[in-house]
Design a binder for this molecule. Structure first.
Ligand code: ATP
Length: 344
């Protein structure tokens, strides 16, 4: 029996509903796959900020430090104080965001299958902003060779593991931001030389926004700096049925945190209509990561079974309104849990 400690951060808005949905799946994972997951609550976000004046309490950080991984729901207004800080504190330098068309979902094309590998700790999201007098504001864009090397390497390694296209597209604006994106581009080109079996190309970010709509099927691995990857992945999610279909992982060398790519969706919070797949596929990514890191085939098997159960439920129903059905968030999650239970 394998036991893992998982810090559980439900977050704000639809976060608690999605967390409840994900826990239904993880209950079955524990029962069917002989894996023990000790879920340790770690509060963070708007609610705790309102109550205690701090969005990411020390107690929560302690829980995370003692855990093997963290599963996190979206956070609202205090997102920058929570997720941006966690990415920096735990050096979670790679944000991995798969964008894949699933059956029976309103997608732009059924052959979309790409993955963003986005640098997660620097660029304009480093928070180095200041004012000069009342009328001028400055934001520093920090790009370092170390982080370009790490993200480029991860992008190429990711391409090696994927079965079909084996292609890395580096996305930048080096014709305008010659120094910062010039460094990113140079490092991507250098890294490409170590991977002769991977096709390497580059795209300016504005062209990439267009090609994502025009020929999304051509993309495989998209390697980006922090802000471009954030924006482009939200755009790409619309091609595969919306943000509710898009999971994510924040990965460092020693720790990883899993969360949907979307925000707290206050417009639909508490209504039980949110699509739980973003969170359920984030748990799938967590099990994949645990499986690889701890050489645990039970986690890898559970991860693969979750994806099959999601597909089965998308085909047979019930589904949430986003996907054309009438089920609640929890009902859809329960159906996925049943499909998972019956999968053995
Ligand atoms: P925040 O302020 O926390 O970033 P937001 O609403 O501005 O929240 P998102 O939460 O990313 O940004 O949501 C953007 C849109 O996508 C909203 O209309 C929201 O309802 C929708 N959305 C996000 N996640 C889901 C989901 N899991 N299921 C259905 N719709 C979703």
């Amino acid at each position: 029996m394998t036991a893992y400690k998982i810090a559980l951060m439900p977050g704000d808005g639809i976060g608690p509903e999605l967390t409840e949905a994900a826990l239904k799946i993880l209950d079955v994972v524990q029962e069917n796959f002989n894996i023990t997951l000790n879920m340790l609550p770690a509060e963070a976000g708007d609610a705790v900020y309102k109550r205690a004046g701090v969005a990411l309490p020390e107690d929560s950080l302690r829980v995370i430090r003692e855990s093997h991984a963290c599963l996190k729901g979206p956070v609202g207004e205090t997102a920058a104080d929570v997720i941006v800080r966690l990415r920096l504190l735990f050096d979670l330098y790679a944000n991995v965001r798969p964008i894949k068309a699933f059956p029976n979902v309103p997608v732009a094309r059924s052959d979309i299958d790409m993955i963003f590998v986005r640098e997660n700790t620097e660029d304009v999201y480093k928070g180095l902003e200041y004012s000069i007098g009342d009328d001028t504001a400055v934001c520093l864009r920090v790009i370092t060779r170390k982080n370009c090397e790490r993200i480029a390497k991860r992008a190429f390694e990711t391409a090696c593991l994927r079965s079909k296209k084996k292609k890395v597209t580096a996305i930048h604006k080096a014709n305008v931001m010659r120094v910062t994106d010039g460094l990113f581009k140079r490092v991507c080109q250098e890294t490409a030389k170590n991977y002769p079996d991977i096709i390497y190309n580059e795209m300016y970010v504005d062209a990439a926004t267009m090609h994502l709509i025009r020929t999304p099927q051509d993309f495989d691995v998209l390697c980006t700096c922090n802000m471009f990857g954030d924006i482009l992945s939200d755009e790409a999610a619309q091609l595969i049925g919306g943000l509710g279909m898009a999971p994510g992982a924040n990965i460092g060398d020693n720790f990883a945190l899993f969360e949907p790519i979307h925000g707290s969706a206050p417009d639909i919070a508490g209504k039980q209509i949110a699509n739980p797949i973003s969170m359920i596929l984030s748990t799938k990514m967590m099990l994949d990561w645990l499986g690889e890191r701890f050489n645990d085939s039970k986690c890898l098997n559970a991860a693969a079974a979750i994806e099959r159960a999601v597909i089965q439920t998308l085909i047979n129903g019930p589904t949430v309104p986003d996907l054309g059905g009438k089920a609640s968030t929890l009902q859809m999650a329960q159906a996925i849990a049943v499909a998972l239970k019956n999968s053995l």
